[in-house]
Structures are given as C-alpha cells and as structure tokens.
Design a protein around this ligand. Structure first.
Ligand SMILES: Cc1cc2nc3c(=O)[nH]c(=O)nc-3n(C[C@H](O)[C@H](O)[C@H](O)COP(=O)(O)OP(=O)(O)OC[C@H]3O[C@@H](n4cnc5c(N)ncnc54)[C@H](O)[C@@H]3O)c2cc1C
Length: 286
C-alpha cells in the first residue's frame, strides 16, 4: 500500500532545491518506475515527493565541446530516438532496446537508472565503459565526478541530501570506434539482467593501435571495469589463445553474491567471459 505523501512539482531548479532542502526524507521523482515500486513496498518512506519532470535544465541531448551532454530526464525512448546516441554510442541503443518494455522506456529516465544504482542496471556498464561523468547540483552549486566514483554500492551514490543529478556527460570516442552491449536474463520477456557486458573498441582495424575497454554489470555491487583484461588486450592481435587467456583473466577476483535471485556466481562468471568474447567477435569482424 502506498502511504500518503506530499507531492510537489517545482517549475525550476531553485524551487526544486528549496523543496529538497526540507530534509533527507524528501525524494526526487523522475519517471517513478523505481521510486513508486519502493514506496508501495514500503522499502522507502518519503513523506515529501519532489517531481522534477518540469525542470527544463535536466532535459536535452547535445554536444558541449568534446562531450555529449545527456539530461537526467532523458528517457530510454528518448535515447532510442536520438541520432547522436545512435551514431556515436550504439551500445546505449543496445541497452535501451532491452530495457523493460515500451511503457517503462517511455517513463524511465537515464538519471533515475543511474541514481537507483542497481549493479545490473541497463545504463551501468555502458556508462562505465564510456568513461561518463555526472553533474550534480545542490544548494552549494554544481559539482562533477566520474560515474565510477558516483556509484558507492548497491543503491548508494555520492549524492548528498538535497542534491540532484542534472546531466550525464559522455566523452566523444575517436572516429571509427565501435561499441556493443550484451546481457543475459532469466527469461526472454521483461526481466532485469542476470549479467551484462559493455565493450568499446578504439582503432578496431589496426591491432597495434587498438584499445579495448570492457565493463561488466551484476557481478559486483557496482558496474565494474575489467582493467586487467583491457591491459591484456591492448594493441594485440586477437588470437584464440589470447581469447582463452581473456576468459580466464576476466573471471579473476570476481565474487558475485551467492544470494542473487537471478543467477549463481558460477553462471555469472562464465557468462561474463562468454559475452565479452561475443561482443569482441562482433565488433572486430566488420
Ligand atoms: C516493470 C519494470 C521493468 C524494469 N526493467 C528494467 C530493466 O530492464 N533494466 C533496468 O535497468 N531497469 C529496469 N527497471 C527499473 C527502472 O525502470 C529503471 O531503473 C529506471 O531507469 C528508473 O528511472 P526513473 O526515472 O523511473 O526513476 P525514479 O523511480 O523516478 O527514481 C529512481 C531513484 O533515483 C532518484 N532520482 C531519480 N532521478 C534523479 C535525479 N535526477 N537526481 C537525483 N535523484 C534522482 C529517485 O529519488 C529514486 O531514488 C524496471 C522497472 C519496472 C517497474
């Protein structure tokens, strides 16, 4: 049952920040697809809900110097409809396509997905591998940080009470770069990822200049870059032996939680290796 709460829809950022400043229990509502589920389950109590959908400052997708700035209120359907995302960051299209269902994609925002900080969230490994940064705004002004510093554990972020996420900044990739996102879930229909992988390949055609970035979701409390694997693959000819080594290395030190409802640690470790190899083969074949 949903407990009674006060609902506000501020018209601008100053009003939103003033409302959020009323206390740590004030909750930001964007699409509401996570927040309302939690409030209905009573796992989150928020007597004051601040609906930020009226904040123009948190909307829009556009280039600012060498970053694509994506407003926190961008929905997953907005991502799917964006020519810039499609052309420059196709892995985000792969991710948006498998996110929930059309009705969820129409409401669910990128900002909500990032702040909800679920380890297997659809935007998690793609934004980690893209080396995205986030801009947050609070009573003291704006601050910026790498997205990997923003996530601090399952459902935990670096946001202080009273702060809002306003934008995600994605650095431009060198021309010719390729990217892909793959996930496995328990069922073919709507389900959260049991495990997911995001891969970026820079200079795919020339192995000595090639850089490969890999990030994984739902194998640790936060999306995780596979930096040792990246170092191993850097500038190398991709051979069956190298891929076999990669499959071993990517599993090293991974300890997915045994209490996951979606998959066993063994399955997750195996699949993270399989999905990374599949993504690499897809990106290097063309
Ligand atoms: C049926 C269903 C299917 C789903 N399928 C998937 C799926 O396949 N993959 C997946 O990753 N997720 C899935 N989800 C989860 C959810 O839809 C996403 O996490 C979504 O992106 C959350 O965005 P939202 O705008 O609805 O967030 P909200 O529910 O509005 O907010 C989520 C959290 O973030 C906070 N918040 C939101 N925006 C901001 C902001 N700008 N600044 C500060 N705090 C903010 C809220 O206070 C809340 O704590 C699903 C949910 C449902 C109900």
């Amino acid at each position: 049952m949903l407990r009674p709460f006060d609902y506000y829809r501020p018209a601008d950022m100053d009003e939103a920040l003033a409302l959020l400043g009323q206390g740590p229990e004030a909750a930001v509502l964007a699409g509401g697809t996570d927040l309302l589920v939690k409030m209905r389950r009573d796992s989150r109590r928020s007597p004051l809900v601040v609906d930020i959908k009226g904040l123009e400052e948190c909307r829009g997708i556009g280039w600012e110097n060498e970053h694509l700035s994506v407003g926190a209120l961008t929905t997953f359907n907005d991502l799917l409809g964006s020519g810039e995302i499609r052309e420059h960051f196709p892995l985000l299209i792969d991710a948006a396509r498998v996110m929930g269902c059309c009705e969820i994609r129409q409401r669910a925002t990128l900002g909500g997905n990032v702040v909800n900080a679920s380890p297997g969230a659809e935007s998690g490994s793609p934004l980690a591998v893209l080396q995205a940064r986030v801009i947050v705004r609070g009573p003291q002004g704006s601050r910026q940080m790498p997205i990997e510093d923003f996530w601090q554990g399952v459902g935990k972020t670096a946001l202080f009470p009273g702060e809002l996420l306003t934008h995600v900044l994605i650095p431009r990739l060198p021309p010719g770069s390729r990217s892909a996102y793959l996930r496995r879930s328990r069922v073919r229909g709507m389900d959260l990822a049991s495990v997911n992988v995001a891969v970026v390949v820079i200079n795919p055609q020339v192995s000595k200049n090639r850089q490969i970035r890999v990030a994984m979701g739902a194998v640790a409390p936060m999306p995780l870059r596979a930096r040792k694997v990246e170092a191993m693959l850097r500038g190398q000819e991709i051979t069956p032996e190298l891929l076999a080594g990669m499959r071993e290395k990517i599993q090293e030190g991974l300890t997915p939680r045994v209490t996951s409802l979606r998959a066993s640690p063994e399955y997750k470790k195996e699949m993270v290796a399989v999905l990374t190899e599949m993504a690499l083969q897809r990106l290097l074949k063309r």
